[in-house]
Design a protein around this ligand. Structure first.
Ligand SMILES: [Zn+2]
Length: 270
């Protein structure tokens, strides 16, 4: 008789981890608290850069973003308008916009410092290349390469973050140009259920560590997603050594764990 012994690794998750990862929710109710962000400049071979100043994004979203651009054959066809912003920069943009555009417009389109996804490095504003690029509302029409980008974004882990029918939840007006990285397979699930990130984070609470997990199969991968509440200052969790895993805090009250198990021969870039 043979026995399959599953080996485990123990993950220790801390308060700091709660505020980092691809799925952190940053909005009016949940301030950005992460200490540092690893940044890379947006590749100028791929993008026109607004204002000529380097635009930075999180190291992690760089590769999927370039792959997406390659997939739709759109090198240099987009202008990168805004990526990572420090708290100081966000403050400046917010205050300048109040002076230039008034408070009503500003509240619709610009998050207050610490409430902006741009501070995470996981968001990018893109527009089509036109003569006069609007820094706050770049042109992102529903056709051509912009449509191609939007349609394929989920395959590379990106979502259009601020949709018209979710304005009452996100408290931000529709922004066709603002894309947020949430990773694979979360972008697809968010679109499939027509959730905004706020709704998705809430939905995942149903799939607690000790109960039923959310299970999907895709591209020869068996994927399992679950939520674990941060009940103590440090929480420990055992995960099978045989599966790849990805952990993100939700920036509120717990963690989302995604497990990947390869079922076939195809390799899959995570
Ligand atoms: Zn934006």
């Amino acid at each position: 008789m043979s026995m399959l012994i599953e080996e485990y690794i123990t993950l220790k998750l801390t308060e700091e981890d709660l505020h980092s990862g691809d799925l952190i929710l940053v909005n009016q109710d949940n301030e950005f608290k992460q200490m540092g962000v690893n940044l890379l400049p947006v590749d100028s071979l791929y993008f026109e850069i607004y204002g000529g100043q380097p635009i930075y994004i999180s190291q992690e979203i760089n590769k999927p973003l370039l792959k997406l651009i390659d997939a739709i054959n759109a090198k240099k066809k987009f202008v990168a308008v805004s990526g990572y912003r420090s708290e100081e920069e966000q403050k400046e943009i917010y205050n300048n916009s109040i002076l230039e555009n008034g408070i009503e417009f500003t509240q619709k389109y610009i998050a207050r410092p610490r409430e902006s996804e741009h501070q995470t490095g996981l968001a990018i504003d893109l527009g089509e290349v036109v003569e006069n690029v609007d820094f706050i509302c770049p042109s992102f029409p529903h056709d051509g390469i912009c449509k191609n980008f939007k349609d394929l974004a989920e395959e590379y882990g990106f979502i259009m973050r601020y949709k018209k029918d979710k304005e009452s939840i996100t408290k931000i007006s529709e922004e066709k140009w603002h894309f947020r990285y949430v990773g694979i397979p979360h972008a697809k699930l968010i679109n499939k259920y027509n959730y905004c990130l706020e709704e998705y984070i809430d939905f995942l609470r149903k799939f607690e560590y000790n109960t039923n997990h959310l299970k999907i199969e895709e591209d020869n991968l068996r994927i399992e997603i679950f939520y674990i509440e941060m009940k103590d200052k440090i929480i420990e969790i055992n995960l099978s050594k045989n599966k790849k895993y990805h952990v993100s805090g939700n920036n509120i009250d717990g963690f989302i764990i995604t497990l990947f198990e390869d079922m076939g021969m195809n390799s899959y870039a995570l």
